[in-house]
Ligand binder design. Structure first.
Ligand SMILES: Cc1cc2nc3c(=O)[nH]c(=O)nc-3n(C[C@H](O)[C@H](O)[C@H](O)COP(=O)(O)O)c2cc1C
Length: 229
């Protein structure tokens, strides 16, 4: 399964079968986690066979049977939330490629003592549930590319393909509070793209933006443009 296929197949799944993760799947996720941690400075940990992290929680989203999850922690800093989105989603898409289902959880989780470790100055930002879902989830309603960007029929194909991947990105409560703008070439001849978060009472727009930017890069091809802030 390619990353684009994983993007198309992924939906949040909150109910899981009572099946352990095979050893090779665990090793694959652990390896990617190490790569992502080394690149980002985040402290992401895979927790397996631990049933309490998602048990008995009565808020946004009802989870069932979650025994495996990623704990996403990192050092406090300005870009922490966007990094969490950008790198956490890399693990979500890998999990999808490995035949698993996932769900981001910024609210609906509890920290279980002894299940993971934190170094000085680190805090937990969110969890990502993973495992074999009872279903593959279902497609939410997404805004159109034109509502989420300045794309027109004349936009370059790579930009529209980036936007198609970006509009399928998971966002908290499916809020899709972001806007992506195509800007002409800069001095180095590369087209520029600007991604911004929009206001939301609910919050979590920085994490959402990190996820959206990863999806855009996968759809558009990183070599075709450069981000400007
Ligand atoms: C940053 C973030 C935080 C989220 N937090 C929760 C959560 O606490 N509980 C929950 O049930 N779903 C949570 N979700 C899942 C979203 O509700 C879900 O991604 C969104 O409704 C879109 O649906 P989809 O993932 O199936 O495309 C979160 C998603 C993101 C991106």
């Amino acid at each position: 399964m390619t990353l684009l296929e994983a993007i198309a197949a992924r939906h949040s799944v909150r109910k899981y079968k009572d099946l352990p993760l095979p050893q090779d799947v665990v090793e694959n996720i652990q390896q990617k986690t190490e790569t992502v941690n080394a690149e980002s400075g985040l402290h992401i940990q895979l927790v397996t066979n631990e049933p309490k992290g998602f048990k008995g929680l009565l808020c946004y989203g009802t989870f069932k049977g979650v025994k495996n999850y990623l704990v996403i922690a990192g050092k406090k800093g300005q870009d922490l939330d966007e990094k969490v989105g950008y790198y956490g989603e890399q693990l979500v898409l890998l999990a999808q490629q490995l035949g698993l289902n996932t769900c981001w959880a910024a609210l609906t989780y509890q920290k279980v003592k002894g299940a993971f470790t934190l170094n000085d100055d680190e805090k937990v930002i969110c969890f990502i549930a993973l495992g074999y879902g009872e279903t593959q989830g279902s497609m939410r309603k997404h805004k159109r590319v034109e509502e989420l960007s300045n794309a027109t029929e004349d936009s370059p194909t790579w930009f529209r393909q980036g936007m198609e991947a970006a509009r399928l990105a998971p966002t908290a409560i499916n809020q899709q509070k972001f806007h992506i703008e195509y800007i002409d070439e800069g001095k180095n001849g590369k087209p520029r793209v600007k991604a911004e978060r929009l206001f939301s009472f609910f919050g979590y727009t920085k994490m959402d933006l990190g996820i959206v930017k990863l999806h855009f890069e996968i759809g558009a091809g990183k070599e075709n443009f450069e981000w400007i802030s």
